[in-house]
Design a protein around this ligand. Structure first.
Ligand code: SAM
Length: 275
């Protein structure tokens, strides 16, 4: 996978902007942190830590669990999970800058003993066999163009009976030419499988007990409110981040909302078990 092409998605530009958010709260770059302070800024998916609570409940993560987080971003879900349960997490992230910021934030939260930040493309990663009890992944897998290798790697990394919790995007209908352009560029969408294909890909990798729950309605509402809130706070955002960053994020939030509202892009929560 081309590690730079994904930067066409504005969310991944200037990821150090989280330090500006913290400085605006009077928190210096080397000050200790707690997970709750970070959660407004470090969750790159929908419904923040509520979505991580869902993963904990639906896959049975406990203090004794070892969890693989595929596409861990700034590490927000991993840190919340580790703090909430005491489990160990392997946080696998493709982009070096995100991974570096993630590891620093984890250290400042005192959670380095729980979270191992690994910078790697999951497609090239040599998964230690049967090394994890659960797997979670938030809005990362649609970036990956080879579901066969992806789900085979996930299966390898899990112990038999291991549970997975995925939040992802998928294809509901035929994308227009303009939607395809937005998907390729602004979302860096490499795999918008249909429901049928998604389930088949998981079955072929040896997963059973597959529950595929459409989340398009609530996620569309979330994205609408996110854009409205961002625009309402624009003056403050520009003071903290500068106009360029704010315009890029506004464009990203508006494009995602337009795709959901167009009715061809869906959101999904998948749970399954490794046989
Ligand atoms: C929308 S972000 C979500 C980050 C995090 N899961 C969260 O919810 O805050 C998706 C992440 O998946 C990562 N990713 C995409 N393709 C990947 C791959 N092939 N291997 C590992 N990580 C990948 C991206 O770099 C990005 O940080």
């Amino acid at each position: 996978m081309d590690n730079q092409a994904i930067k066409s998605m504005n969310l991944y530009s200037q990821v150090e902007r989280i330090y500006s958010d913290l400085r605006a709260m009077g928190i210096a770059d080397d000050a200790p942190l707690d997970v709750e302070t970070l959660t407004p800024f470090d969750q790159y998916h929908y419904f923040g830590t509520d979505a991580v609570d869902e993963a904990i409940a639906m896959t049975g993560i406990t203090a004794g669990s070892t969890v693989l987080d595929v596409g861990s971003g700034l590490g927000g879900p991993a840190r919340y999970l580790a703090k909430a349960t005491g489990c160990k997490v392997t946080a696998l992230e493709l982009q070096e800058d995100l991974n570096e910021v993630a590891a620093k934030l984890t250290d400042r939260c005192g959670l380095s003993g729980n979270i191992d930040h690994v910078c790697a493309d999951v497609l090239a990663w040599q998964a230690p066999a049967e090394s994890h009890d659960q797997l979670m992944s938030y809005l990362a897998l649609y970036h990956i163009d080879d579901p066969t290798t992806l789900f085979a790697t996930c299966a390898t990394a899990l112990k038999p009976g291991g549970r997975i919790y995925i939040e992802d995007l998928y294809g509901l209908g035929e994308f227009t030419d303009e939607e395809q352009r937005h998907l390729r560029h602004m979302l860096y969408g490499q795999n918008m499988a249909s429901r049928t294909q998604y389930i088949l890909d998981l079955q072929n990798a040896g997963f059973t007990d597959i529950a595929f729950t459409d989340m398009t309605g609530p996620w569309t509402g979330f994205c609408r409110e996110r854009l409205e809130a961002y625009r309402a706070g624009r003056e403050r955002q520009e003071a903290v981040h500068g106009r360029q960053v704010v315009e890029a994020l506004d464009e990203f939030y508006a494009t995602v909302l337009g795709l959901f509202e167009g009715g061809n892009m869906g959101g999904v929560r998948v749970t399954a078990t490794k046989a």
